[in-house]
Each structure stands twice: as structure tokens, then as C-alpha cells.
Design a protein around this ligand. Structure first.
Ligand code: PHE
Length: 503
């Protein structure tokens, strides 16, 4: 008869009189254990061998167990010290005996509890009495420890082994061992002769056209074989969280804004009442574009109102900056350093027409800043921009909105700190606590837009607004400590694969 090579090896190694361990047969035949086991089961299915199974126990001393074998059990030390102190005659203060025993830290408790359990003596009202007849030298647990250490676990007392395991001195591990034995049919087959059949593991066009496929033996699929773990693509956790943020804001009644990543300084800075010669204007060190170097279309009437706000302020008592304001600067193009440029576009009516209060808008989009790279800063990040336009808004509304928003992400310990922005008054920075480091981390910036911003835009009610960092939110949610682990060229793929996304 013809059989696959592994089966032939098992058949030839098997015996009709005694069981042979499959792992040993596999080693002799140069087979991987899984292939040998599979072949044995295939032979068993054809009645040529029987497969039996046995569970073997392995005993391994823990580090602590090994130490006690080299030295002694803590309760033995305590007993020795108690005898030396005369505790077999009359009770001796516990402190004295422990001091003399040399036991320290956790070993003291271990010694005391086992001393009492084993009847080496009594411990009562802070005094120790030793039983002169106790024989710690014959301690069954010590004997069992020594037996295991010598590889003679079978000599050890079963109760003592259990006790050692309970004390964490011994690990008992189970191993399933399978063995084969030849059946009568197996013996007959061997006598008649068994040959190795060629097996084919791939069906080729040649096998098909030649018709040979009909005669060859195909390798069986081993559906239990360990397969290589091929990590599949999945949506980045930052993207998933961005989507969750969007859903949350839509759930809170917000509409989404869209707009250019490269925008005119006009929308990024000038509309926000940031003077052209003010350091605030460059405090993000924004990335400027060389080509094209300016935007073509700006709404002329709005440009004029913004220019006038910068020059003269707004309202009868308004004060401007009294500094130069050039339209050419306003036309300059930058990678946006915040998405407040989108808020300006929408509030001005430039994007979807004039808006009547109440209105709520948001975006979750990338912004770019020439920051120094560190664990909390990259050159780009996702900003959660948002604003609410309504008749009467106060700081309470702002705080309430944040509390409601962050609660949905499990963040309930927000803190607010007064802040300065050229475009909002009052302004607040938001902070949360990092779950791993306990550090207070800035998560966003917010405020109520000043008249100098709103009036040129033609908005005559209140608008509260904010820019929050999606990455910082992620850090608080998942405990990431370095933003560079999450995105950018240095990201930790393993970490990203393993992080369970919260929903
Ligand atoms: N633009 C601010 C920033 O990027 C955030 C902000 C937006 C603050 C709107 C107040 C109002 O930090």
C-alpha cells in the first residue's frame, strides 16, 4: 500500500505491544510534531493504529521555591530562633525571636503563618512558644521541595505538593502526551509492505492536461496548522476617533464646514483681528507658500471692513491698531495654522450665504504649524474647530458645551484657565489629566469672538468658538504618551494594531 511519508514513518515506528510517544517518533523521523500527530490520526481513522492520550504533570520550582531549597523555609528559621531563645521552656516576645531569626519583610508573615499552621508552636498575644517535639528537620514540604529539585517528584507527598503550589513555591504544569500503537490491521499492512506515496501539494496545468492528476495523492489540508499572522489594513485610530468626534458633534446639532488647507492670510489672520505687524501673527510660525504667492479672490467689501477694523477699530469708541495694514499681506498664502479660517469664511457669509442665529458649525481637519517636534507636538495635527452663534451667550454656555462634548469620550475632569487670543474676549484654555502620567495636558483653546471680529463679518449676535486638538483627546482616551507613536513616520505600528478602539 502507498501512504504519505509521515504516515509511513509512524507505521514503521509503531509497535503492536507497547505505546510509543508520537513526539519521540516525530523526532526520530525528522517530522514536526503537528505533522506526526496528524498522520497518526489519519492512520487511526483507517484502523491501522490506535492513538491514546495521557496528561502528564510537570513540577517546576518557582524562584522562591528554589531559594528555600538552597537555604531553608522561613518557618524553619523562625523555629530555630525560637528554640535558641528558649521558647520551648516559656513564651518569648515575638519581636525578639523575629529579630534573632534574621527574617525580614514579607518573609516574617510567611514564617509566622506557616509556623502556626504546622504546629511548630503557638503565637499568642505577641509571644511565641515553640513545641520542643516539632521536627522541622522532617518537614514534609521541605522534603517535597527537595524531591522536586532532584527530579524525584514521584517521591514527594501529594498533600505537600499541593501546599507548595498554594504557597507559590511550585508550578504544576500539565502536558498532553499522545502515543500510537499498531492494530492487527496495521501489522498486516506492514507485512504486506508499505511504500511512500508521492504527494502533490499544488495542482498544476501540467497535471491537468496530462491527466496525471487522477493518479497522484494530494496533500491534505491541515486546517489546524499555525498560520502566519498577516496584519490586515484597518482604519487608523486617529481617523476612527475623528469620525466619532464628527458623529458626536452632529448629534449635538452641529453642521460640518469644509475649506482649503492653503488659505489667504486674510482668512487665517486678518479676519481674526490679528495685526499684521504683531508677533501673534507669526507666533505659530506658519508655513508660507512661494507659488502661487497670493489669493485671487477676496470679497472687496469685507476686505475694506476688516482693514477699517484694524485701522480704526469698530463702533463709535473703537480703537484700531494704528499700524500699517496692507492688502498684499492679507492676500499671502499659508498652510492654515488653525481651522478658524473656515469659521471666518462661514461666518462672513462667503461660503453658504448669510446665516441667521442660532447656528452651530464644526470641522475636524488638519492644521499646520512650524512647531518643534516633541512628545506633544507635530508639524501638523487635527483641530476640532467649532462655533455657536446665538443671541445671548456666556462663558457658562462655552463650558457646558465642552463638558457635554468631552463626557462622551469619558473625560470628566476638564479644567479651564483664562487665556489671551487677539480675537476672543474672554478666552479660555482647556486642560485634561493624562490617565497614565497624571500630567495636566492642554487640549484646546476657546473664547467668545470680539466685536472687532464679528462686526466686519456682519454678525450682530454672540459667537462662541474653539479649537481643540484631536491628538490630545486621543492621548487622554488611550493613554498614549508620545504623539509620534500615533502618527508620522516614527509611529508604533504594533501599538496602533493592538489598541482597541473605543466606541
Ligand atoms: N484658533 C485657536 C487655536 O488654534 C482656537 C480658537 C478658535 C480659539 C476659536 C478661540 C476661538 O488655538
Amino acid at each position: 500500500m502507498k501512504r504519505p511519508q509521515a504516515q509511513v514513518a509512524i507505521l514503521q515506528a509503531a509497535d503492536a505491544q507497547e505505546d510509543r510517544r508520537i513526539d519521540e517518533v516525530a523526532e526520530e523521523a525528522g517530522l514536526v510534531p503537528e505533522a506526526a500527530t496528524r498522520a497518526a490520526f489519519e492512520l487511526e481513522a483507517d484502523g491501522l493504529v490506535t492513538v491514546s492520550e495521557e496528561t502528564l504533570e510537570h513540577y517546576d520550582l518557582t524562584e522562591e521555591g528554589e531559594r528555600y531549597v538552597r537555604e531553608s523555609l522561613p518557618e524553619q528559621d523562625l523555629y530555630e530562633a525560637a528554640l535558641d531563645a528558649g521558647a520551648d521552656e516559656s513564651p518569648v516576645g515575638m519581636g525578639e525571636v523575629i529579630g534573632a531569626s534574621g527574617l525580614e519583610g514579607g518573609a516574617v508573615d510567611i514564617a509566622l503563618s506557616n509556623f502556626a499552621r504546622k504546629g511548630y508552636g503557638q503565637i499568642d498575644s505577641g509571644e511565641i512558644t515553640a513545641d520542643p517535639d516539632a521536627a522541622p528537620g522532617r518537614d514534609p514540604e521541605m522534603h517535597a521541595l527537595e524531591a522536586v529539585a532532584d527530579g524525584r517528584a514521584e517521591d514527594a507527598d501529594a498533600d505537600a505538593l499541593d501546599q507548595l503550589e498554594r504557597r507559590g513555591l511550585l508550578d504544576i504544569n500539565e502536558e498532553t502526551v499522545r502515543s500510537v500503537r499498531l492494530t492487527d490491521d496495521g501489522v498486516t499492512a506492514l507485512m504486506e509492505g508499505v511504500e511512500v506515496a508521492e504527494t502533490v501539494d499544488q495542482l498544476t496545468p501540467e497535471l491537468l492536461t496530462s491527466g496525471e492528476w487522477e493518479d497522484v495523492e494530494f496533500t491534505e489540508y491541515n486546517v489546524e496548522a499555525d498560520a502566519e499572522d498577516v496584519p490586515h489594513g484597518r482604519e487608523h485610530i486617529l481617523r476612527q476617533t475623528a469620525n466619532r468626534v464628527k458623529d458626536t458633534l452632529v448629534g449635538m446639532g452641529f453642521q460640518e464646514m469644509e475649506g482649503p488647507h492653503v488659505d489667504a492670510q486674510f482668512w487665517i489672520n486678518d479676519c481674526l483681528f490679528m495685526p499684521q505687524d504683531h508677533p501673534a501673527r507669526t507666533h505659530w510660525d506658519q508655513f508660507a507658500l512661494e507659488r502661487p504667492d497670493e489669493i485671487h479672490d477676496l470679497p472687496e467689501d469685507l476686505v475694506e471692513r476688516v482693514r477699517s477694523a484694524h485701522k480704526n477699530g469698530v463702533g463709535p469708541d473703537g480703537e484700531g491698531y494704528h499700524s500699517p495694514w496692507e492688502e498684499s499681506v492679507a492676500r499671502g498664502l499659508d498652510l492654515r495654522g488653525h481651522t478658524t479660517s473656515l469659521s471666518m469664511r462661514y461666518l462672513s457669509g462667503h461660503e453658504i450665504g448669510e446665516l441667521e442665529p442660532p447656528q452651530r458649525f464644526f470641522s475636524v481637519e488638519k492644521v499646520y504649524r512650524n512647531d518643534t517636534l516633541d512628545p506633544t507636538h507635530l508639524l501638523e495635527f487635527f483641530q476640532i474647530e467649532g462655533w455657536v452663534m446665538a443671541e445671548d451667550l456666556s462663558v457658562r454656555d462655552l463650558m457646558g458645551t465642552f463638558t457635554e462634548f468631552y463626557e462622551q469620550f469619558g473625560i470628566t475632569d476638564l479644567e479651564f484657565k483664562p487665556h489671551y487670543n487677539p480675537y476672543t474676549e474672554p478666552s479660555f484654555e482647556l486642560f485634561g489629566t493624562h490617565p497614565e502620567t497624571g500630567e495636566v495636558v492642554e487640549v484646546g483653546n476657546s473664547g467668545i469672538f470680539r466685536d472687532e471680529v464679528l462686526s466686519p463679518l456682519g454678525v450682530d449676535c454672540d459667537v462662541m468658538a474653539w479649537g481643540l486638538s484631536l491628538e490630545r483627546l486621543l492621548m487622554l482616551m488611550y493613554g498614549f504618551e508620545d504623539i509620534r507613536d500615533v502618527h508620522g513616520t516614527l509611529c508604533d505600528l504594533e501599538l496602533l494594531r493592538e489598541t482597541e478602539v473605543m466606541h
